[in-house]
Design a protein around this ligand. Structure first.
Ligand SMILES: [Zn+2]
Length: 208
């Protein structure tokens, strides 16, 4: 594999920051920087990584609050979905692809938890899911910008159609383990039990 993903537990809300690291060129992207930035800077300095992008899976504060400090220390571009109203340099849309070194990253737009949620598929091997999908659960859909119907589309028309072997890297450490696979989530995640659109919306909003 030409890349690796480093999962870094940060802050007091069980957030994960990720580094997508291209082994060959030592180029990286920092995903969802928030707290404990010294953990990020330490890894960057020790390994002499070249930071190309900061990418936010969505614009909730606990996923972007570290952006400014990264950008003021290291020259790099901030990427967010087109719907984000927060400060960013590059707007992403569904289907976009870009490179980190020789590693290809594919964007899927997965609204539902927020209007600007995205997942990042790395080299067809791994998926960083933000607050769209957790190990054993999905993100909250009762927040401003949340939409149960959009969550249904994202989970059942996008996530459920993905390659079983993708390793799932969620936005928070809310599960019984920190990572999973799409196959395991299809089998074990009670949110992903096959339901019609109406059944899902009733289940997710009223718990029945
Ligand atoms: Zn969120």
């Amino acid at each position: 594999m030409t890349f690796k993903i480093e999962q870094i537990a940060v802050g007091k809300m069980a957030n994960f920051t990720y580094l997508i690291i291209d082994n060959e060129e030592k180029e990286i992207a920092v995903i969802d920087p928030s707290w404990d930035l010294e953990k990020i800077f330490e890894r960057i300095n020790k390994n002499e990584y070249k930071v190309k992008y900061v990418i936010n899976t969505h614009s909730h504060f606990d996923h972007i609050i570290g952006n400014d400090q990264i950008v003021s220390n290291i020259k790099c571009k901030v990427m967010q979905h087109n719907n984000s109203r927060e400060k960013h340099d590059i707007s992403l849309n569904d289907g976009d692809e870009f490179m980190i070194g020789k590693t290809i990253v594919h964007v899927i737009f997965t609204p539902g938890h927020s209007k600007d949620s995205i997942c990042l598929i790395v080299d067809s091997k791994a998926i960083i899911t933000g607050d769209t999908l957790f190990v054993g659960n999905c993100g909250r859909i009762d927040l401003p910008g949340s939409d149960p119907e959009e969550m249904y589309n994202s989970l059942f028309e996008k996530i459920m159609n993905l390659d079983n072997n993708l390793i799932v890297y969620p936005g928070h450490d809310y599960g019984y383990k920190p990572t999973s696979t799409i196959e395991e989530e299809k089998k074990n995640n009670y949110i992903l039990v096959p339901r019609t659109r109406n059944e899902f919306i009733r289940f997710i909003t009223q718990g029945e």
